[in-house]
Design a protein. Structure first.
Ligand code: AGP
Length: 609
């Protein structure tokens, strides 16, 4: 999604803005631009394309010289990616950058057109710029506040008023925006990594609050224009955590960070060999009365929820339904008081997940958020919260966030089973001890399977379509494997419950079609092997991800390639089995010449519906 940055201070604004925007590239974008106060005039340079295109354009047209400005990376929503539609946009006295969607922009555009205003672009953003200009009364903060009343939707804005060349303004509703501060300088940004090079101190702008940034400092007012004091936060991520650290891509760096990410996530939540979630407000007393659980999330986070469903139901016998957030919110879901709704989200800002959580609360459910981004909207609004401590995940393709989401799902399932009394303490102690071994197990898989996955990926490069199959937990995992591959390699793929293949999908199998089978659950391995034989006899090229024990018993020729992973507790196998699937996706993407960190059409943080 779009990225906003802004700077006020002594440095060359061009450098700071473009550098900060480069830290938001992971969010996905198709054009970029900056606006800088230069000799009291606002100079705008913007272009369709990537930041390199903006850098080239700045060289071509000459950098505006100045120390105060705003910048933007645009992910097109209203109007195609083009120079004209790129941000910043202006009314004559006001220039803005914008993230999010103005739902009533057509109505506002009609109103402004009737007042004689004309528009250059197709964007909803230009409507806001013109509205601010139309309403401008000499007082920027009052003007912004008045306009907020006219705007519907979720958005964040960085704003410059021509009459006030010593400051920038920021406001948000729903879409995230932070205000960073350092000595003699201040920043706005859509996300913390953008400013880490300059400062780790920041304020979280709340809904409808307006920030004014000058060299003398930052001030805030609420929607009633009353000055407010805000709590200064300090990011515990340093700049290095948001850099590639010698790896060619963030995706492979983040795959390699998974052992640490699991360890960091689980260790503070284990005490005396048992799950310990009390610091997260989760106690056995609170858990024991929940009779229904719904897990709501999108994409990879939803796949973590699928694994969670199997594990929670198995251990605590509480029925769990898993729902895609964009479906949940529009289908009048059956949720009532006394239900638990778990929202899983890396960014904590996914518009559909946030709306689903609010709906669940409205219906009287208790909400538990499992979120990676600290202080994000979902984290702040949930009744209970467990952070996945994966650190910043920059690659659009989620890897370490998924593995930590799984880790939290296990801790939660163990705690719930204890609260419900469905599993004895000794068994939970055994499971916790197995969970604590997972960081090493994941490291082992990375160390021992990477080369093989790299090789197998060379066989997938030319594939047009793939199938992922598995049963039970392996099926839940196949969904994630399939999504990972398609999002970073652009090869069509589907995941299927292995036993369901013969009810239609097997007709897709052609000579040479790759089928990736996951078989880690001992009791159903023979069933999955039968399904593998079925696809193999129809010409499929089978890549089997299975345990070493299963590999030892495989008959010659069942699979074309086998990736063996060490056997751990069966229930925990998704944690290790996902790694080869991530590696296969990563290397297939690289072999096809794609940047896996920034797949086309995708955004890291999906803050629009
Ligand atoms: C994962 O690789 C995807 N890019 C995507 O499916 C993602 O998991 C989804 O958009 C949900 O995001 P969230 O976890 O930030 O809510």
């Amino acid at each position: 999604m779009c990225g906003i940055v802004g700077y006020v201070g002594p440095k060359d604004c061009n450098e700071v803005l473009v550098d900060a925007l480069s830290k938001l590239e992971y969010r996905g974008y198709d054009s970029a631009g900056i606006a800088v106060f230069s000799d009291n005039e606002i100079e705008i340079v913007k272009t369709k394309g990537k930041l390199d295109d903006l850098r080239n354009k700045l060289k071509e047209v000459g950098k505006p010289s100045g120390n105060i400005g705003i910048g933007h990376t645009r992910w097109a929503t209203h109007g195609e990616p083009s120079d004209i539609n790129s941000h910043p946009h202006s009314g004559s006295r006001v220039t803005i950058v914008h993230n999010g969607i103005i739902e009533n922009y057509i109505e506002l555009k009609e109103f402004l057109t009737a007042q004689g205003r004309t528009f250059l672009s197709e964007t909803d953003t230009e409507v806001v710029a013109q509205l601010l200009d139309y309403r401008y009364n000499g007082d920027p903060v009052k003007t912004i506040d008045e306009c907020m009343a006219d705007l519907k939707g979720s958005f964040a804005l960085g704003i410059m008023f021509k009459d006030f060349p010593d400051r920038i303004f920021a406001v948000r509703r729903e879409s995230p925006l932070i205000v960073g501060v350092a000595k003699g300088e201040s920043f706005i940004a859509s996300d913390v990594p953008a400013i880490l090079k300059y400062t780790r101190d920041y304020y979280l702008l709340e809904h409808n609050e307006i920030a004014t940034l000058t060299v003398d400092g930052v001030s805030f007012v609420n929607e009633y224009l009353q000055p407010i004091e805000k709590e200064l936060k300090t990011a515990d991520w340093d700049e290095e955590a948001a850099e590639k650290g010698g790896y060619p891509h963030f995706m492979i760096k983040e795959i390699n960070e998974q052992p640490t990410a699991i360890r960091t996530t689980i260790m503070p939540r284990i005490k005396d060999g048992l799950p310990y979630l009390e610091e997260n407000g989760i106690t056995p007393e609170k858990l024991k009365d929940f009779k229904n659980i719904t897990i709501v999330a999108c994409g990879t986070a939803m796949h973590a929820g699928m694994v969670g469903k199997y594990v929670i139901e198995d251990l605590s016998r509480v029925p769990v339904s898993v729902d895609i957030a964009s479906e949940f919110r529009y289908r009048n879901p059956i949720i009532s008081e006394g239900d638990l709704v778990i929202i899983i989200s890396q960014s904590g800002e996914t518009a559909d997940s946030l709306a689903a959580m609010r709906l669940a609360k409205q219906k009287g459910a208790t909400t538990l958020a499992i979120v990676n981004a600290k202080g994000s909207s979902i984290a702040r609004e949930a009744d209970m919260l467990i952070y996945t401590l994966a650190g910043p995940e920059i690659s659009v393709a989620s890897t370490k966030a998924y593995i930590t989401q799984l880790s939290v799902m296990y801790l939660f399932a163990f705690e719930l089973a204890l609260a419900k009394g469905t599993v004895g303490k000794a068994e939970i102690e055994r499971l916790i001890s197995a969970l604590m071994k997972m960081p090493e197990a994941v490291q082992y898989v990375i160390d021992n399977c990477e080369e093989k996955c790299k090789y197998i990926a060379t066989k997938l490069v030319a594939a047009e379509s793939l199938l992922y199959i598995g049963r039970g937990l392996d099926y839940a995992l196949s969904m994630e494997g399939s999504l990972k591959l398609k999002e970073v390699s652009y090869i069509h793929s589907e995941s299927y419950a292995a036993g369901e293949l013969k009810h239609g999908t097997i007709s897709l199998i052609d000579d040479g079609m790759p089928v990736i089978a996951v078989a880690t659950q001992t009791d159903i391995i023979p069933k999955t092997i039968s399904n593998i034989v079925e696809v193999k006899s129809r010409g499929a090229k089978v890549i089997l991800v299975c345990t070493d024990a299963c590999a030892r018993e495989l008959k010659e020729g069942i699979a074309d390639y086998v990736v063996e992973i060490p056997h751990s507790d069966e229930m925990l196998m998704p944690i290790t089995a996902v790694v080869p699937l991530q590696l296969l996706a990563y290397y297939t993407s690289v072999n096809r010449g794609i940047d896996p960190d920034k797949p086309k059409n995708l955004a890291k943080s999906v803050t629009v519906e």
